[in-house]
Design a protein around this ligand. Sequence first.
Ligand code: ZN
Ligand code: ZN
Length: 136
Amino acid sequence: MSKIYQGSCLCGGIQFSVSGFSAKAANCYCSMCRKFHGAAFGTLVGVQGLQWLSGEKLLKEFVAANGTIRTFCSDCGSSLGFRTKGSMHDDIELAISTFDDDIPVKIDAQIYTAYKANWCQLDTTLPVFTEGRQDG
Ligand SMILES: [Zn+2]
Ligand SMILES: [Zn+2]
């Protein structure tokens, strides 16, 4: 059995587990991530083997004007997931900060920095992309 990593929303109503992560994760400074997370940037990571352990009925989706779908807890408002238009439920990326313990993910880029808030300082040790990653 591979290791299982668990996460949850702020109220604890929604709990989930995954068995693995995508190799890369970026801090995204676009205005949509900022508003969705209520923070200077959002960080989402691709996952493997996602299972909703409890509270799946609390999940609510917001579909933005560009068709991207953001998932959050309808009780506490925690930002949980992101997927692009037309992607399957399995292709969801999860908000990295909702994991309950340390996870084997390394932030390797800062993206959409053209849209960052003026009061926010970038991490000088990480590559910066004013729009998306060059290599996707
Ligand atoms: Zn919640
Ligand atoms: Zn973003």
